[in-house]
Design a protein around this ligand. Structure first.
Ligand code: NDP
Length: 336
């Protein structure tokens, strides 16, 4: 059983060498009466929240990985054996699994995949946790209305590309920021953003936002934090909403950068709300009902960045923090 192991706790930017690939043996059977399932992992998801899990945990909402053990994350898998009444051999599932070829899940946290006619890798992204994040964050937290002015950061990524498309479905004006010319082109030409800019080429983010939002931002979907959040605060409209989804620019800092413009929240009566997607998983059936027909009709499009083989997983994960991924980063371990 090939596995990706965390070598030791990480500080600063993660490196490929913070993980290593090894092989161990596993019995391809679930112990009788254990309630567990044996999974053959097909696709593994690389997600930014995995970086805080590589640090010894204090005060985080999710526990740290254990050095010497496989990385844990979302994935798509096939059930090879089951002692759990909810799953049977041959089921396709998505949810928490290990970064390894086969995983024994003793307390499975898995969704059964009903729509197996969709590409299975989609359940690490557009039809899985990041898709639900975009859906819950935009529709539930931001309460968007037609004609509103929406700004999305890390806009070409797994979550951002969907938030932009949801905003267009509602009839909003939407601008995205991303870290390369190719990503900016994707935003405008593939995902239908009205405008997009490369934040790395903007010496003055405040001036850039004023250019795209002369009348201010109504809704900000926050994926990056730091200097971008500070510039956005200066440009929000009265009674605007900010959904705090993530702050990837801060995940490698020992101490997060300060935010200076919080008084704008008061003067402009802005609602800023953090959220975590597991709190919204009860909406998953409703979410699928909206997504599946629209994907089939081409009304919602998707870009994923597929790395091949378990060996490529450490580089793929680390690449999230330099923006190497174009679209949702997934690792293909096996096709079935
Ligand atoms: P992405 O697919 O967007 O990948 C990460 C991207 O972040 C990179 O490609 C890069 O794009 C950008 N990035 C990396 N470092 C920086 C930096 N220092 N400053 C600005 N941008 C940077 O990831 P996801 O779509 O999966 O996640 C997006 C955000 O959503 C993250 O903050 C994540 O933590 C959060 N999230 C929150 C959830 C919740 O429940 N609240 C659930 C899931 C995700 P670029 O080239 O454009 O810089």
């Amino acid at each position: 059983n090939k596995q990706v192991i965390l070598k030791d706790y990480v500080s600063g930017f993660p490196k490929e060498t913070d993980m290593y690939v090894t092989t161990s043996s596993i019995e391809l059977k679930v112990p009788k009466g254990s309630n567990g399932v044996l999974l053959k992992n097909l696709y593994l998801s690389c997600d930014p929240y995995m970086r805080p899990r590589m640090t010894k945990g204090e005060g985080s909402y999710i526990e740290s990985f254990k050095p010497g053990l496989p990385i844990v994350g979302n994935g798509v898998a096939k059930v090879l054996d089951s002692e759990n009444p909810e799953f049977k051999k041959g089921d396709l599932v998505w949810g928490m699994t290990g970064w390894e070829e086969y995983s024994l899940a003793t307390a499975p946290r898995l969704f059964k995949i009903q729509h197996t006619d969709m590409p299975l890798s989609y359940y690490t992204g557009i039809l899985g946790m990041p898709g639900m994040t975009a859906y819950a964050g935009f529709f539930e937290v931001c309460s968007p209305k037609q004609g509103e002015y929406v700004f999305v950061s890390a806009a070409s990524g797994a979550v951002g590309q969907l938030v932009g498309q949801f905003a267009k479905l509602v009839g909003c004006y939407v601008v995205g920021s991303a870290g390369s010319k190719d990503k900016v082109d994707l935003l405008k030409n593939k995902f239908g953003f009205d405008e997009a800019f490369n934040y790395k080429e903007e010496p003055d983010l405040d001036a850039a936002l004023k250019r795209y939002f002369p009348e201010g931002i109504g809704i900000y979907f926050e994926n990056v934090g730091g200097k971008m959040l500070d510039a956005v605060l200066l440009n929000m409209r009265i009674q605007g909403r900010i959904a705090l989804c993530g702050m990837i620019s801060q995940y490698n800092n020992d101490k997060p950068e300060g935010v200076h413009n919080l008084t704008c929240l008061i003067s402009k009566r802005i609602r800023m709300e953090g959220f975590l997607v597991p709190d919204y998983f009860h909406l998953y059936p409703k979410f699928l009902e909206m997504m599946i027909p629209r994907i089939k009709e081409g009304k919602i499009v998707y870009v994923e960045d597929k790395a091949e083989g378990l060996e490529s997983a450490p580089a793929a994960l680390v690449g999230l923090f330099s923006g190497r991924n174009v679209g949702k980063q997934v690792v293909e371990v096996a096709t079935e």
